[in-house]
Design a protein around this ligand. Structure first.
Ligand code: AMP
Length: 298
């Protein structure tokens, strides 16, 4: 595994088809599944590791973001990464960027409404990764559904010659979506955290059984959260998969997403719904074959 620090040094080591997997490190199986998926589609797999200050709307969240470079390098290599691009802040932002990159039509709701500036920070850094690394493919997780919509549209609108690939969410045995922030979950909050995926999976079942009302699907999730004592979900919303804007009826590809604070940790999760086919509930670590069988592929 080659560790690179500059865009130029990274590009100089390319051969064949290049896949990029952008991350902020502290790897879990969700990151590793993205790297494995990239390995299957490319000759050169570049994993980027950059904790992007611009996308943290909360300074405390940035300063306590977990980091473990040596472990990440070993895991990325074991999963099939060829290069770990880990730039200093000065390589990515030699000067505070004067440019603004934002996709207002995709950023007004959900995370955009609750984390001011976050999605603009994501758009800037991903545009810089697309432009500086020039990959043929870029792999992102469906776990961050609005981000996936945004980075897909960013590539299309700015004519970056690359394909964005979205991959299913990896889940713990109890359904909790893997997240670098889960290490901050207090043991006593774990049961409440489970209610997020329980609600979403119940809604996915209902959608597959023919339920099309956004209010009903959102209500199924809200009921599970309330039963677990999480009355204060920031949002529970059925949204168009491509634009991340709320829709009243499941009449196109969509995702049902939520954000909630569990103890001190803010968690997000979703399921992808399709009126014409099976839901994408994500992949449970202990039952990968079962969920893959339902068509949960990148
Ligand atoms: P992060 O390091 O949190 O910025 O995440 C890097 C990439 O991993 C993003 O594309 C995320 O959507 C993706 N990711 C995060 N958690 C998961 C998960 N549980 N399953 C699949 N992908 C994930």
């Amino acid at each position: 595994m080659k560790v690179t620090r500059t865009f130029a040094e990274t590009r100089a080591a390319y051969r064949g088809v290049v896949a990029l997997v952008p991350t902020m490190g502290f790897f879990h199986e969700g990151h590793l599944a993205l790297i494995e998926a990239a390995r299957g589609r490319a000759d050169t797999v570049v994993v980027s590791l950059f904790v992007n200050p611009l996308q943290f709307n909360d300074r405390a969240d940035l300063s306590r973001y977990p980091r473990d470079f040596e472990r990440d390098a070993a895991l990325a290599e074991a999963s099939g990464g060829d290069m770990l691009f880990a730039p200093a802040v000065e390589e990515v932002y030699p000067e505070p960027p004067a440019v603004r990159v934002s996709l207002p039509a995709l950023s007004a709701e959900l995370e955009g409404a609750h984390r001011p500036g976050h999605l603009d920070g994501v758009a800037v850094v991903v545009a810089k990764l697309y432009a500086g690394l020039r990959p043929d493919l870029a792999f992102f997780g469906r776990k961050d559904a609005q981000q996936l919509a945004l980075v897909t549209r960013l590539a299309a609108d700015l004519s970056f010659p690359l394909q964005v690939v979205g991959c299913p969410t990896l889940r713990e045995q109890d359904g909790l979506a893997l997240s670098s922030r889960n290490v901050f979950l207090a043991p006593e909050d774990r049961a409440a955290a489970r209610s997020l995926s329980r609600g979403l999976l119940a809604a996915a079942d209902a959608a597959e059984a023919g339920e099309r009302s956004g209010a009903v699907l959102e209500g199924l999730v809200a009921a599970e959260l309330e039963a677990a004592g999480l009355a204060e979900a920031e949002y529970v919303a059925l949204a168009d998969a491509a634009t991340a804007t709320r829709i009243p009826t499941l009449d196109r590809r969509a995702f049902l997403a939520l954000a909630a604070r569990v103890g001190t940790v803010r968690l997000i999760d979703n399921v992808f719904l399709d009126p014409a086919g099976p839901a994408d509930r994500g992949v449970r670590l202990d039952r990968p074959s079962l969920l893959y069988a339902k068509g949960n592929r990148c």
